[in-house]
Design a protein around this ligand. Sequence first.
Ligand code: ADP
Length: 273
Amino acid sequence: QKSFNPLRKINQEIFSYAANKQQEIDELKRMATYRREFLADVSHELKTPIFAAQGFVYTLIDGAVKDKKVRGKFLKKAAKSLDGLEMLVNDLLTLSHIEAGEITMHFEEIDLLALVEDVFDQFEGKTDKKNMSLQLDKSYEGPINVIADYQRIYQVIVNLISNAIKYSDENTEIVVGFEINQKEVTIAIQDHGAGISPEHIKRIFERFYRIDKSRSKERGGTGLGLAIVKHIIEAHGSSVSVTSTVGKGSLFSFKLPVEKEPEPYVPIADEEG
Ligand code: ADP
């Protein structure tokens, strides 16, 4: 049997105070590292398309411009790099505005089914190259009303469908489905593509995290799509779930409220600035 020791309690308190402080210090260190790495990442990501475009343009200036065939090819490649650069800057701006809490969500009642149909229109023709099909699960008739920001959710679904296309093989199918109950609607985007292993699933929502850097860039990715998705869905008081099997495919889903307006977005302290 233990004897009562008044010092033990004091010791415990000191210990837990010190542990708390250590945690705060660790958190500050982690943030400092994160910011440093983010800046380094951004600079690196910006350099890649700039260097590529420069390379083509200077080769043209150095004489390649005289060859009509080469000229067309190099100009197209330079333009593609600049398009990539524009995409990257746009995504970076969106992300930093959202993280700084500068984007206000405009919550209103919207028809999620109509929204998805609008997104499908945008992708018309884009799935042909890989002979893929984009399907809408028709178990529910519209409208499927939710309280959400139309433009932001539109962007989320565009990002998720773009990924589903990018990371799937030819001749596969992407299905967008819904599950409705009184309080909320779940929307799910399912592909039969590359799949993601559990250790990567934990990290794919981080900025610039890519499972296969070269493949992602080659497919026109900025590495920011899912980070943007995560923030927008969190601003809707919800979160994104992923279930995936390597080699079989992935399912990304999230819930939106039917009646109650989501809690306004308050940026988390460690993500400010
Ligand atoms: P990216 O611009 O590289 O596509 P994202 O933030 O959209 O950036 O995605 C991060 C990474 O997660 C991708 O590089 C890819 O490796 C992986 N990923 C995203 N969606 C899928 C998917 N549907 N199937 C397989 N891998 C995916």
